[in-house]
Design a protein around this ligand. Sequence first.
Ligand code: SF4
Length: 288
Amino acid sequence: MEIRKVIPSGYCKGVVNAIRLAKKTRINHPDEPIYVLGMLVHNSFVSKELADLGIVTLDDTKKTKEELVDEIDSGIVIFTAHGISDRIREKVRNKGLSYVDASCVDVLKTQEIIRDRLKNGYDVIYFGKRNHPEAEAVLSISDRIHLVCNEEELKDLNVKNPKLFLTNQTTMSYLELKDLIEMAKEIYPQILVEKEICNATGSRQEAIMKLEDCDLLYVVGDSRSNNTRKLADIALRKGIKKVRMIQTSDEIDENDLKDVSNVYVTAGASTPPYLIDAVMDLLRAKAR
Ligand code: SF4
C-alpha cells in the first residue's frame, strides 16, 4: 500500500495569519480577557489551542454575532478569518472594546469587489453557503446582494435589475461554481462574473483533480470547514470511490484499508499540520 500526501494541502496563509494575530494579541496583552467572535478558523483543535492560551472562543451557533458581543464587557475582541460586518465592528467600538481584525485579505478583496459593483448600480448574486460567517459578513453589506447556495436557488431567483454581477464565497468548489456560472449566463446573458475562489482553495482542489489511481482519499479537517467539505465533494465528483472525511487519525477505519493500493491524504486549509502528520504516520505504520 502506497501512502502519499496531496500537495498542496493544509494551512493557508489566511489561517496562518489569523492564528499568528491571536497569539500575538495574547503576548501583547497577557492580563486582558480576549474573545474570538466565532471560531477563528473552522477547526476545533485550533480553538482548543487558543483556549489553552486563555483566549475564549464564543461559538454558540444559536446566537447572532450581536448577541455574542452583548456577552462581552471588557477586553479585546478578535474578528475571525472569515470577515466581519461593519455593523458588528461598530457595535464593538461603541461598547468601548478594542478589537483585532483577523479577516483574510482574500475575503476582504471579494468584499471590495462587491462594494465597487454595488456603487456602480449592480445587484450582486453571491454563490456561498447559508449561515457561513464569510457569507453573513458579505450579505450584511447590502440587501442588493442575493445569496444562492445551489442551482435550484439560482433558478428561483428573480432579480429585476438588468445590471447584474455574480461572484462567490472564497472557499466554494470550482466545479460547482463553473456550473452555476453557466446557468447564470443562460438566465441572465448580460451578467458580469468574477470568480473569487481563493488561491489556497483552488490549488488544493486542483491537486485532487490531478490525482491518478487513487483508491482511497482521506480528507483531514473539521466538518464545519467549508473548504474541507469541498475537497471531499471534488474528490467524489472526480470519481474517487472511497473518500473519508476525518478529523483525527483515531477515525481511520481499518476496513477501509482492505484491498486498496494507493492511498492519498489531503487536508482543509484550517487543519493543523500535526493532525495531518498523525494520519500519515498511522497509515504508513499500517502499510509496513
Ligand atoms: S481559505 Fe482562502 S479565503 Fe479562507 S483564510 Fe485561507 S486563503 Fe483566506
